[in-house]
Ligand binder design. Structure first.
Ligand SMILES: Cc1cc2nc3c(=O)[nH]c(=O)nc-3n(C[C@H](O)[C@H](O)[C@H](O)COP(=O)(O)OP(=O)(O)OC[C@H]3O[C@@H](n4cnc5c(N)ncnc54)[C@H](O)[C@@H]3O)c2cc1C
Length: 399
């Protein structure tokens, strides 16, 4: 396999580098390199710059305003962004609901929703999980009962990431009554968050942050025209969305950049008479992560190739999810080891870009402990890693 870039690909890489140098705002770059989560306005500001450039939707077909990039171009883009310090786009619109809309939505729905996602005018969130339906998602209980041209929605969604900012939520609802515990009675609904009857309540995470929420629906009236595809076919669309979501969680380019930064940090960190990078126990752990990451990169390229031919990523998205999140968490641990004493004070609000106090530790070290605590989530959301192993055993190994 030839993995050298062609001259066109090298020219594309230079164009990306030039664009990032000229257009990425310095403050957004600084927070991204320090691994401090951005606020809503920062994401929207950057996504609108991408829109102006025509590069906002790297995974959409050209006819809907996507870039139409090849897998190699997407690979170059992801790696240059990670290296330079450009944030990922928020996935709920671009990478989750949009592929469902342009694959299964009506023409009217495509015209109505896709342009606002492309321009980042609308913030989406994901309403799949419920208090008693996570891994066993098909047992969800939120109901949508038909009343003329509307559904009346009742129920509770949970762990809704960044739902406090959302204008719209895409939801799995039960259109066949709560007594039917099967996948055929599930439909896929798009719901505007400003409807009377919707309330959002925060869930504070272990690290002390407001990132996830509960969303309650109390007799919320939703037009039938907001249903994607057929009634009762929502499970099929939901699964396609999940494979896109899992592929995105692998974050290989980001882990490569983090590994590079970690090596530099370790080489500057004293360990007795030498530096931490020269410590055999530490460097062995680092080498193990690096080997796993290299192997994962090839799996990611296979998934990218599948998506570029119009297919949804297959079970390899589960492999990507498991290994990608394990590697990210191993890196989190090595960052903590490198932080050493700087990791001991717990200053949870320094993990936000608007913190104006004195940060503990230099550069990216400042976020290593909150990042470690926050990123325990990575092996849970998008379907826990145990569930991904079940998928692999069934669809890859045929067990
Ligand atoms: C930070 C965060 C953000 C999230 N964001 C969103 C969001 O925006 N929208 C959304 O809809 N959901 C979101 N989720 C929910 C996420 O998808 C669920 O948490 C996940 O699917 C697991 O469900 P659960 O929490 O109900 O755990 P459970 O399903 O109760 O699982 C508990 C444990 O049992 C294990 N387990 C369960 N069943 C099996 C099995 N059959 N075989 C082996 N092991 C099993 C699980 O792996 C897990 O370790 C988020 C979750 C987190 C933590």
């Amino acid at each position: 396999m030839n993995i050298d870039f062609s001259s066109e690909e090298l020219a594309f890489q230079q164009a990306v580098q030039k664009f990032l140098q000229e257009k990425l705002p310095a403050d957004i770059r600084e927070w991204t390199l320090k691994e401090i989560p951005l606020g809503k306005e920062d994401f929207v500001r950057w996504q609108k710059i991408l829109y102006e450039q025509g590069w906002a939707a790297t995974n959409w077909p050209v006819e809907h305003g996507g870039t139409g990039w090849t897998p190699t171009q997407k690979y170059i883009w992801a790696n240059e962004c990670a290296n330079f310090g450009a944030p990922d786009v928020i996935p709920f619109g671009f990478k989750m609901v949009a592929p469902v809309i342009f694959t299964y939505g009506s023409e009217e729905q495509k015209q109505r929703f896709l342009p606002d996602i492309l321009e980042s005018n609308v913030w989406w969130c994901q309403g799949y999980s419920e208090p008693n339906a996570g891994s066993d998602l098909a047992s969800l209980k939120t109901t949508a009962v038909r009343d003329g041209d509307e559904y009346i929605v009742n129920g509770t969604k949970t762990w809704t990431t960044l739902g406090q900012y959302a204008d719209w939520i895409f939801c799995l609802v039960r259109t066949g009554g709560t007594e039917v515990k099967n996948q055929a009675a599930i439909s896929f609904l798009l719901i505007e968050m400003n409807h009377p009857g919707i309330t959002v309540s925060p869930i504070m995470t272990l690290g002390g942050h407001h990132e996830v929420n509960e969303v309650h629906f109390n007799n919320v009236r939703v037009p039938v025209g907001n249903r994607i595809g057929e009634e009762g076919q929502g499970w099929t669309y939901a699964k396609v969305l999940l494979t896109h979501e899992r592929t995105g969680i692998a974050r290989v380019a980001s882990s490569k950049k983090r590994l590079k930064t970690l090596k530099k940090l370790a080489s500057e960190t004293c360990d007795g008479d030498a530096n931490l990078l020269e410590n055999p126990a530490f460097s062995q752990k680092l080498a193990e992560v690096e080997i796993d990451l290299l192997a994962l990169e090839y799996t990611e390229l296979r998934a990218l190739a599948a998506v570029s031919t119009g297919q949804a990523p297959g079970p390899e998205s589960s492999i990507l999810k498991i290994k990608g999140t394990e590697i990210a968490q191993q890196l989190d641990e090595l960052y903590m080891e490198t932080a050493g004493y700087y990791g001991m004070p717990f200053v949870s609000n320094q993990f936000t870009s608007d913190f104006d106090g004195e940060r503990v530790g230099p550069g990216v070290i400042t976020s290593s402990v909150p990042r470690y605590i926050n990123n325990r989530k990575a092996s849970i959301y998008g379907g826990s890693n145990e569930i991904q192993k079940n998928i692999i055993s069934k669809w890859v190994l045929g067990l």
